[in-house]
Design a protein around this ligand. Structure first.
Ligand code: ADP
Length: 634
């Protein structure tokens, strides 16, 4: 044992304590993953070393033979994971193995329920990494030295996984990190060559560098070699460099878990080698669920970038558009230079053409998923649909393709779920229908009963119901699909085209003429509030309705802008009446101008309420209504 100096006892950050507690109590049914996590870290550490050594070859200290060694000692009940990667300095040890750097961690931990089954699911989503050592160990010792620092600047970190850890400076001849797990009494089974070999084969076969175990020694104890002989137990080649036909699904899945730090299987993946003017390999995955920080601005996104098999960076964001930020995976280029930086990536035209090719790959992969595995696509949609909806605005060139991937709630689907595709809709279109009708609003419950749907219900025409916050904004970027125009049924002068018969149209014109004086009277009363008053052909049951002007902002966009403190341009709705409705007939026959005005205001306010808007002067509305009620009962 070498001399330890500068000993220090430090407390874990609160979040680490919570995470440790949770992990130990939630992940006991899947204990063996600790090894996957530690090997995954060791592999990342060698990637980092290789990358830093591109600029500073002296970091390799003469040893470029990168590997991971896993050993065990049955007598002392330990398992040891050794790597000759980048290692850590004392400061790095204190931050990396004492805190959690992810943004949103505290919020995430607040969501935990205390229900172990549910929480283990959540914690898998969060990723546990190094701290998973404490699932099987009641004491963990880390010996590490950062490549490039002298042997005297090794660090010993030690903890029992409770509230605190110790750090001390020690001599460490080899660079890299050694992690010694002192197994809990119940976990001694892990100090076993056969067990460790199986776990490595199962979870870490895809790791690109050799993982070695001591060769099993059979026969006489006295013949056992003094130094263990090592043998490589994994395949030790970068998975994405192998031909697709030779990689098993399980291997793709394990590789995903390593790269994405996810615990669950991906929904699907796409592995491609591109040759020709540009040469690169990509392996892209669609995760099975949203990460806890999907909507965090600083949440990690982007692909792992390799250049000729050398790891260059995590989170290379330049290869996919933002609306596909949930995609995980690897891209390995033969054309980029090894000293490529984020700044260079931003300017390089090579990246642009890779980006458009990769974007297309992802969209194709999603199309295929939707076609071949509708149940999985449903899962995809509920996890990432909202993000994909940013697509039409961000990616003009692929609008049509993205639109085909969207899913909607609809008047012709009783589940209320977002499950109808535009292809489904088009397949059900009525004879003579050449438009795609939709309605936006706050909630499914509200739009489903909107008076705007009355005429569509009567004619049995399907209307898509859009109630996500992003929908109105998204639709402002989608004008057509498959050569057919989108029409917001709450907007402008609804023209049903061939869906209205000639007689219908004639009748509408005649009614409009007959009601001209009523329209004039209404305009007089509501002049301040409306842009126009006209006869509606949207309604069958309701007396009146508000339509949005063709160029005006809808309610949803107005509310979003207002909430973000922006000035919203003034716009007045169009007030439409249903001349067949008894209330409108009554209104038309009302000789008393005061009562006419009261009734008009009430109808206008009711139409605003039905549209999901709030009233400018709710008290006045209540007063007028009460006045009428009193008269009625008098
Ligand atoms: P994550 O890997 O998700 O960042 P971990 O808790 O597993 O989270 O590890 C925290 C950090 O500790 C890593 O990001 C890395 O910087 C450092 N680390 C862990 N294991 C090693 C290792 N074997 N060699 C060097 N650094 C390591």
């Amino acid at each position: 044992m070498s001399v330890e100096t500068q000993k220090q006892t430090l407390g874990f950050q609160t979040e680490v304590k919570q995470l440790l507690h949770l992990m130990i109590h939630s992940l006991y049914s899947n204990k063996e993953i600790f090894l996957r996590e530690l090997i995954s870290n060791a592999s990342d550490a060698t990637d980092k070393l290789r990358f830093e050594a591109l600029a500073r070859p002296e970091l390799l200290e003469g040893g470029a033979d990168l590997k991971i060694r896993v050993s065990f000692d049955k007598a002392s009940k330990t398992v040891t994971i050794d790597d000759n990667g980048i290692g850590m300095s004392r400061d790095e040890v204190i931050t990396h193995l004492g805190t959690i750097a992810k943004s949103g961690t505290a919020d995430f931990l607040k969501n935990l329920s205390g229900d172990q089954r549910k929480d283990s699911h959540l914690i898998g989503q969060f990723g546990v990494g190094f701290y998973s050592a404490f699932i099987v160990a009641d004491q963990v010792d880390v010996f590490t030295r950062r490549a490039g620092l002298p042997a005297s600047e090794g660090v010993h970190w030690s903890s029992r996984g409770e509230g605190e850890f110790e750090v001390a400076t020690v001599e460490k001849a080899e660079r890299g990190t050694r992690i010694v797990l002192h197994l809990k009494p119940a976990e001694e089974e892990f100090a076993d060559g056969w067990r460790l070999r199986n776990i490595i084969k199962k979870y870490s076969d895809h790791i690109a560098l050799p993982i070695e175990l001591p060769k099993e020694h059979y026969g006489e104890e006295k013949d056992k070699p003094a130094e263990p002989e090592w043998e490589t137990v994994n395949r030790a080649s970068a998975l994405w460099t192998r031909p697709r036909t030779e990689v098993k699904d399980e291997e793709y899945q394990e590789f995903y878990k390593h790269t994405a730090h996810d615990f669950e299987d991906p929904l699907t993946w796409s592995h491609n080698k591109v040759e020709g003017k540009l040469e690169y390999t990509s392996l892209l995955y669609v995760p099975g669920r949203a990460p806890f920080d999907l909507y965090h601005r600083e949440a990690p996104k982007g692909l792992k970038l390799y250049v000729q098999r050398v790891f260059i960076m995590d989170q290379a964001e330049q290869f996919l558009p933002l609306y596909l930020r949930f995609i995980k995976g690897v891209v390995d280029s033969n054309d980029l230079s090894l000293n490529v930086s984020r700044e260079i990536l931003q300017k390089d035209p090579v990246i642009d053409s890779m980006k458009s090719a990769l974007t297309k790959r992802v969209l194709d992969m999603l199309e295929k998923l939707a076609k071949d595995k509708p149940e999985d696509y449903k899962r995809f949609w509920s996890a990432f649909g909202q993000v994909l909806k940013e697509g039409p605005a961000e990616d003009f060139a692929n609008r049509e393709k993205i639109a085909g991937l969207l899913r909607f709630a609809s008047t012709h689907d009783a589940t209320g779920e977002q499950s109808v595709s535009l292809a489904d809709y088009i397949g059900r279109m009525k004879e003579g229908q050449d438009k795609l009708y939709f309605l936006t609003g706050d909630s499914y419950g509200q739009v489903k009963n909107s008076p705007h749907l009355e005429v569509f219900r009567k004619k049995d025409i399907e209307v898509l119901l859009l109630t996500d916050r992003i929908d109105e904004w998204m639709m402002s970027y989608l004008s057509e699909f498959d050569g057919k125009q989108f029409v917001d049924v709450a907007r402008g002068d609804l023209d049903l085209g061939k869906l209205d018969s000639e007689e219908d149209k004639k009748a509408q014109e005649e009614v409009a003429k007959a009601k001209e004086s009523l329209l004039e009277r209404l305009k007089g009363v509501l002049a301040d509030q409306v842009a126009q008053v006209r006869v509606s052909h949207r309604l069958t049951d309701s007396p009146a309705i508000l339509a949005i002007g063709e160029q005006d902002l809808g309610l949803q966009m107005r509310q979003i802008l207002e909430a973000s403190g922006q000035k919203v341009p003034e716009s007045k709705p169009i007030f439409e009446i249903n001349p067949q409705h008894p209330l409108i007939e009554k209104l038309d026959a009302e000789p008393d101008e005061d009562r006419f005005a009261d009734l008009s205001h009430i109808l206008f306010d009711q139409a605003a309420l039905a549209a999901g808007d709030s009233l400018k002067d709710p008290a006045a509305y209540v007063q007028r209504l009460n006045k009428l009620l009193v008269e009625l009962s008098a």
